[in-house]
Structures are given as C-alpha cells and as structure tokens.
Design a protein around this ligand. Structure first.
Ligand SMILES: Cc1cc2nc3c(=O)[nH]c(=O)nc-3n(C[C@H](O)[C@H](O)[C@H](O)COP(=O)(O)OP(=O)(O)OC[C@H]3O[C@@H](n4cnc5c(N)ncnc54)[C@H](O)[C@@H]3O)c2cc1C
Length: 318
C-alpha cells in the first residue's frame, strides 16, 4: 500500500463513538480500517515512519475515549483470517488479531473443538483480548494461547510465548507499555481439544443465558473496574446503593453495578464523573480503592492538532 492509497482511505475527524461498544468517543484525527494482517502491519509501520501517533482498536469494547477524541491515527483492525489445523485429538487455530472473540468461539464449537467456549459472549477482538487477557467463566486467553505474533514498533514481527506475554488478571506485558510504544498483536495461535459438539453447544448456551440475565443489553463499556482481591467491584458499588445512579446520559446499570451504560447520548465526561463518584463512595464506605479495568484513551486536555499537516511527507513508493 502506498501513501496515496492510505490517504484516500483514511477518514478525517471520524467520531470514535461509531467504533466503540459504548457509542461514546470524540473524533480521531485520522481513521483507517486494516482489512488484513498484512495491511495492519503495513499501516502501523508506515505511521511509525511518518512519526504519526498510531493506535490500534479492535471492537472498542474495553476503552473509554475522551470527548476530544484521539490525536493522530486510529487503525480499526478488521483482519479476519482463521486457519484450523485439526489432528486426531487435538487442534490448533491460527487467527488474525481482528477476528472477533465471539465468532472464533462459534467457529470452534461448530467444528467440535473445545477451549474457546468461554468467549462466546465476550465482545471485541483477539488482539484486544490478548492485550487485556480477556476471560470469563473460569478461563481466559492465557488458558490456551500457544503463541502470538507481535509487531514491536520499528522491528520485524516476532512470535511471543505466553511467558513473554506475562499474562495476569486482565493484563499482559503488552498492557504495561506506554500507548504510543505498545507493540501490536498481529495474530495468535491457540491450542484446542476435540470434544463433542453438542456438549460444547450446551456449555455455550449456559454461558450466554447467564450473561443475558446478569448483564445489561445495549451500549455499555463492559466491566468498568477490576475486581479487587477477594471481592467484586459490582458488589461494592451495589452495596453503596449506586445501582441506577445517573450523571448526564451515563448510568450505573440496574442489572449489574460494574456495568456503566450509555442511557442517552452520554459523553465521556458524564462517564468519568460517574466513575469518580462510584470510586469515592466505595472508598468512603469500604476503604477499597477501585482500579479501572477500562482503558482511558485520547485527549483529556490538550487542543486538537491540524490534520491537514499530517500527510505533508514525501512518498517514495507513489
Ligand atoms: C458487554 C460487554 C461484556 C464484556 N464482558 C467481558 C468479559 O466477560 N470478560 C472480559 O475479559 N472482558 C469483557 N468485556 C471487555 C472486552 O470485551 C474485552 O476487554 C475485549 O478483549 C476487548 O477487545 P477489543 O478488541 O474490543 O479491544 P479494544 O477495546 O478495541 O482495545 C483495548 C486495548 O487493546 C488495544 N488493542 C486492541 N487491539 C490491539 C492489537 N491488535 N494490538 C495491540 N493492541 C491492541 C487497544 O489499543 C486498547 O488499548 C466486555 C465488554 C462489554 C462491552
């Protein structure tokens, strides 16, 4: 891809509310969709060469983007390839990082392959899942990741083992990097086991039913806070009597107190006020300091930069 093509496809001042599950978020100076793993690594490398700040988003299911938006370029990862390698009793699947966790779970179940049922109701992509070690129902990405292909800024892609990725509860070595320097997940390989398809479908249905009764539908940001050791953020917020509390268009769900809902045209600022309120109440009542699980992205202070200046660079390939 040359610079002219990149330029033609990039959208300017694209509202990120269109690309997050909460339907909240100001504009990205530039936004481009990567349609394959190759495009993803090319776009990120190109942006790095141009010294253009560049951030990759998957499903936007674990982020709160500021109302002022994100400076530089946002890449929406739509890489989609899935390759199964099935043997007698075991299997491996190699997936692009833009594959949705839900469709990967479905594909595995359809083939009678166990190991990914937990992800049946988890929004977002494999890339976002690896970064935050997504998990549910007692399993997580770390449970069966074999290796992930990682692009460190300015270097050639390399395969990282789970040990290098240093997974923790809802975190990994990748999450510890500053955003501007965070390596990109290009693809991942997971170990799977052969199982009975009916069993897998039953498990997945159970998980889905549980989710339907315990989590709010519609535009939400997922779990707002990490569960503190030995307790649940939702329980603590609920015990403070905060279910249903609303600031502007943002509301603490009546169904699950750790889910913050975009009830009506919520802004990121509404959500942040609600976050701070809930944090203070929990600290005051229980002495527990809640830590955000959701990542704050974007510009929470400074002024926008002029997008017209961003492409004033020579294109050797054009
Ligand atoms: C209704 C709801 C229910 C949820 N339930 C669960 C649950 O049960 N368990 C759970 O763990 N999570 C849950 N979440 C949170 C979310 O689903 C996970 O965190 C998911 O892994 C986010 O993936 P994403 O692609 O949307 O990441 P994004 O939100 O797009 O990005 C998250 C971070 O990862 C970075 N990133 C994304 N892709 C890449 C990449 N390819 N390379 C490098 N960095 C990347 C982004 O820059 C950002 O910093 C839920 C969310 C919602 C809205």
């Amino acid at each position: 891809m040359n610079l002219a093509e990149l330029q033609a496809r990039a959208k300017r001042n694209e509202p990120l509310a269109r690309h997050t599950t909460s339907r909240i978020g100001g504009p990205a100076d530039l936004l481009i969709e990567a349609r394959s793993g190759e495009e993803l690594s090319l776009i990120v490398s190109r942006a790095d060469e141009m010294n253009l700040p560049c951030l990759v988003l998957g499903g936007g299911a674990n982020v709160l983007v500021s109302d002022k938006g994100i400076r530089g370029m946002v890449v929406i990862n739509r890489s989609k390839e899935i390759k199964f390698n099935v043997r007698d009793t075991s299997a491996r699947v190699e997936v692009d990082s833009g594959v949705s966790l839900i469709s990967l779970a479905r594909d595995c179940i359809e083939r009678g392959l166990a190991g990914f049922e937990w992800a049946i109701g988890v929004p977002g992509t494999v890339g976002g899942g690896v970064v935050g070690n997504a998990g549910a129902h007692g399993a997580d990405i770390a449970s069966n990741l074999y290796m992930a292909r990682i692009l460190r800024r300015g270097l050639a892609p390399e395969w990282w083992t789970p040990r290098q990725l240093a997974f923790e509860y809802r975190s990994s070595a990748l999450k510890k990097y500053r955003l501007a320097e965070r390596p990109i997940v290009l693809s991942a390989i997971f170990d799977l086991r052969r199982d009975n398809r009916t069993n897998l479908e039953r498990r997945a249905n159970e998980f889905n039913n549980k989710r339907k009764t315990s989590q709010p539908p519609g535009a939400t940001i997922g779990s707002m806070f990490k569960n503190p050791k030995g307790d649940y953020a939702g329980r603590l917020i609920e015990a403070c009597g905060l279910k249903g509390t609303r600031i502007g268009g943002a509301k603490i769900s009546e169904i699950h107190a750790n889910f913050f809902v975009n009830a009506e045209h919520a802004t990121a600022s509404d959500v942040m006020q609600l976050v701070n309120f809930a944090k203070n109440e929990v600290l005051k009542n229980f002495g527990v300091e809640l830590e955000l699980e959701v990542e704050l992205l974007g510009d929470w202070g400074q002024d926008r930069i002029k997008t017209d200046d961003l492409f004033e660079l020579e294109d050797e390939e054009a």
